[in-house]
Design a binder for this molecule. Structure first.
Ligand code: ZN
Length: 269
């Protein structure tokens, strides 16, 4: 890469390693954009990403939108309405949002991969009709707590049709990602399931998963071949104590250790 400095132009191998793809936002060794042709999905997709989503190596929001002609990624914490978030007038009641509440999809209907649920978390009576009436899908991108924050900060989401996923298999992330995520799936896997079923276009899921597989392959190869990248990823995954905890968890932990100190008992004793 050629870098402009006070001294003029120079070649900089370090900057080369740090350079990012404009399309997927990943460092070049992790970019799998080449050969990605956007698919013409019928059901529009809106991805809302928490501004503190940190997983730049394995995050898949931008890769998802690169794969889809009809998809928008917005980064932020809150939007006054769905229409404002997406930039056109839409009816939130006709849009589906991936629900974060405590529902066990397999208990509702083990046969279905997408289930529309009502406000009590029970399966809607006419699944086919409800799912067919959906005019768009909202996905929340980030850790579990970040997705929850997006949910509570955007009250218009309460008016959207809640859907839950009951994926046939586990996430392809496997053990790569240690932070808890909504239903354990990546954004690109969730988008693949929802859009391919709603559009009745299996190719959408096939293509998205192929893109995701390429990313995971690059990621594993980079960790294997670049000790520096591997160290950085290890540091990121193993956060300092308290780093990945919520404020409530930290408070509880502090109260617990205070109590322990007062009774002078070892933990678990
Ligand atoms: Zn790229």
């Amino acid at each position: 890469m050629v870098v402009m400095t006070d001294m003029g132009l120079r070649s900089d191998p370090e900057a080369e390693a740090e350079a990012e793809c404009e399309r997927c936002g990943k460092i070049l060794p992790l970019c799998v954009c080449e050969g990605v042709t956007p698919l013409k999905n019928r059901t529009p997709l809106l991805i809302l990403q928490h501004p503190q989503e940190q997983d730049r190596a394995l995050g898949t929001a931008r890769l998802t939108t690169a794969h889809l002609a009809n998809a928008v990624l917005k980064i932020g914490l809150s939007w006054p309405s769905l229409s404002r978030a997406i930039g056109e007038t839409v009816d939130p009641q006709r849009w589906g949002v991936l629900y974060l509440g405590s529902v066990r999809p397999a208990d509702l209907d083990p046969e279905r991969e997408i289930i529309a649920v009502d406000r009590r978390g029970e399966a809607e009576a006419s699944q086919t009709a409800v799912l067919r009436s959906l005019e768009g899908i909202v996905l929340l991108d980030g850790t579990w707590s970040q997705a929850k924050a997006l949910w509570w900060r955007n009250p218009w989401m309460l008016r959207c049709q809640r859907i839950v996923l009951n994926p046939a298999g586990p996430s392809r992330y496997g053990k790569l990602r240690k932070e808890p995520r909504r239903d354990g799936l990546s954004t690109i896997e969730s988008a693949g399931i929802v859009l391919s079923r709603l559009d009745r276009a299996p190719d959408i899921e096939t293509q998205l998963l192929a893109g995701f597989d390429r990313l995971l392959e690059r990621y594993r190869a980079l960790r294997r071949d670049s000790p520096e990248f591997d160290r950085a990823e290890n540091r990121r995954v193993k956060r300092p104590p308290g780093g990945a905890r919520s404020a409530v968890q930290r408070k509880r932990a502090a109260a617990k250790s205070k109590k322990r100190a007062a009774s002078n008992k070892p933990e678990g004793g």
